[in-house]
Design a protein. Structure first.
Length: 74
């Protein structure tokens, strides 16, 4: 995960350090062929892991699944 200033793992770690966001569903998007370590995905409790490029329908289905399982009040 490449982002300016902070990569996706650092961002997810920072989010998880905020008590009210510890259970916030996070979705990780990664380039094809670059899968993060399984332990890392489990440790940071990602709701889903998607390889880019993704289809709009894929993202929509994942988000619908996440929202149907969670009541989100942040």
């Amino acid at each position: 995960m490449q982002m300016p200033e902070m990569d996706g793992v650092a961002t997810a770690t920072a989010i998880r350090e905020i008590p009210k966001y510890q259970s916030l569903p996070l979705v990780m998007l990664t380039p094809i062929g670059k899968s993060p370590e399984k332990n890392l995905v489990q440790e940071l409790n990602f709701a889903a892991l998607l390889n880019k490029p993704i289809k709009q329908s894929q993202l929509q289905n994942i988000l619908q699944e996440i929202f149907s399982q969670n009541t989100i009040n942040y």
